[in-house]
Ligand binder design. Structure first.
Ligand code: AMP
Ligand code: GLY
Length: 429
């Protein structure tokens, strides 16, 4: 079959790598792709905002399945428009992508179906929001509704911080995303990412991971898109997965179907594992980046078979099998990330590092300039390794990182620390 993959990051490189390994694949195209993806796919320039152009490309190149990587095209309704043109898509409709696109939509669904999540208030004016913050006190969390490129969330440890975040939301800093604000209870516990493949009716558990959102070692400094991740997440025991399915994912699938917006594609639940069990922090309607990279390292099965089953409503008849190993990915970012990453610096040694056993290097933000690989974004490379334990995967990943010659790049040196500590205490003797 012919596949068109939309997106250009490390997540899409990992998907391209795994799709390319499928015996079912005839030809893979990526729009726009990146130099790493180009090893597995024909990279094409397409205006993803123009759905008619994308549909035209699919007809011309006999595309059998479109795989949508990032959230923006989903929230803009690309899956609906392609399906209306008779093209099969892996990814949710616009109405179903509201689970990611609108925090208040998700909060209302949680309230209606008794899904455990932080208590919250929702406001469209500053005065009422300020009054709520003053009533509840800190710590408290302020979120701009809508997509704000990951910048719309403030975990405020003091009341002043929360009030300043409200001012920013209502003074237009987040554009239309700030016109409504959700203020919610601060949850304590350990965070985990939980993934399901969905076909509108059935949700198939599809792996767990933990990521590191802060830019600095020891989980310090500003929030980023994610500086590294590992899988599986030790807190997601079989019992916790079972509870998450029953208390969170299954009622969500039911609720979405009942309102005529059945969910298909990847459902990514950001969870807080609290003393009383799993609580939903947020949904995303796509794979996590960099969580996808570690999931793909561990997936035994043919990804195209699974994506086809999701697109065709056949997931009830299928399972996903995982390698017994752990996987870990270290994000190498350009100096200045996340505020102002420097572009254009030359990166050497990537092929040598990628030749190490059990190591894959996914490109997240690279370009080729005069024959040299250069940085072309904030997060640039995802150095990924598999191992029998998280500690072993971590050692191999950093061995590869240390072979890469890129003075203008940096990474955290402690990805996986929580799981590595846990492995130490769990070892007998
Ligand atoms: P989000 O952009 O919604 O993923 O939020 C970014 C980060 O803020 C999450 O990964 C959590 O670490 C934190 N966060 C969001 N909501 C809460 C909450 N209610 N309680 C504690 N931390 C939260
Ligand atoms: N790594 C978090 C995300 O993809 O949203």
């Amino acid at each position: 079959m012919n596949v068109l993959l939309l997106g250009s990051g490390g997540r899409e490189h990992a998907l391209a790598w795994k799709i390319a390994a499928s015996p079912m694949l005839t030809r893979l195209y990526a729009a726009p792709g990146n130099p790493g993806i180009a090893r597995h796919a024909d990279c094409v320039k397409l205006d993803l905002a123009n759905h008619a152009v994308v549909a035209g490309f699919c007809r011309e190149h006999r595309i059998d399945l479109v795989v949508v990587g990032p959230e923006a095209p989903l929230v803009a309704g690309i899956a609906d428009d392609l399906r209306a043109a008779g093209i099969r898509v892996f990814g949710p409709s616009k109405a179903a992508a509201r689970l990611e696109g609108s925090k208040s939509f998700t909060k209302e669904l949680c309230a209606k179906y008794g899904i455990p999540t932080a208590a919250y208030g929702r406001f469209d004016n500053l005065q009422a929001a300020r009054a709520y913050v003053k009533e509840k006190g800190a710590p408290i969390v302020v979120k701009a509704d809508g997509l704000a490129a990951g910048k719309g969330v403030t975990v405020a440890m003091t009341e002043q911080e929360a009030l300043a975040a409200l001012d920013a939301c209502f003074d237009g800093s987040f554009g239309a995303a700030g016109a409504e604000v959700v203020v919610e209870e601060f949850l304590t516990g350990e965070e985990a990412s939980f993934f399901c493949l969905c076909d509108g009716a059935t949700a198939l558990p599809f792996g767990t991971a933990q990521d590191h959102k802060r830019v600095g070692d020891g989980d310090t400094g500003p929030n980023t898109g994610g500086m590294g991740a590992y899988s599986p997440a030790p807190v997601m025991t079989p019992e916790m997965v079972e509870r998450t399915m029953r208390e969170i994912v299954e009622p969500t699938m039911r609720g979405m179907a009942e309102m005529g917006a059945p969910f298909s594609g990847v459902l990514f639940a950001g969870l807080m594992i609290t003393d009383t069990g799993p609580k939903l922090i947020e949904y995303n309607t796509r794979f996590g980046d960099p969580e996808c990279q570690v999931l793909m390292m561990r997936l035994k099965d043919d990804l195209l078979v699974l994506m086809n089953a999701a697109a065709d409503g056949q997931l009830a008849h299928i399972s996903a099998r995982w390698k017994d190993e752990a996987a870990l990915t270290v994000v190498m970012a350009a100096r200045g990330y996340p505020a102002a990453p420097e572009k254009g610096s030359v990166i050497q040694g990537v092929d040598e590092a990628a030749a190490l056993e059990d190591v894959e290097i996914f490109h997240a933000g690279t370009a080729v300039n005069a024959g040299a690989l250069v940085a072309n974004g904030g997060r640039v490379l995802n150095v990924t390794a598999a191992g029998r334990t998280v500690a072993e995967a971590q050692r191999k990943a950093y061995e590869a990182v240390d072979m890469i010659d890129w003075p203008q790049g940096f990474c955290r040196r402690d990805i996986g620390w929580r799981a590595v500590e846990r492995e130490k205490t769990e070892q007998p003797g």
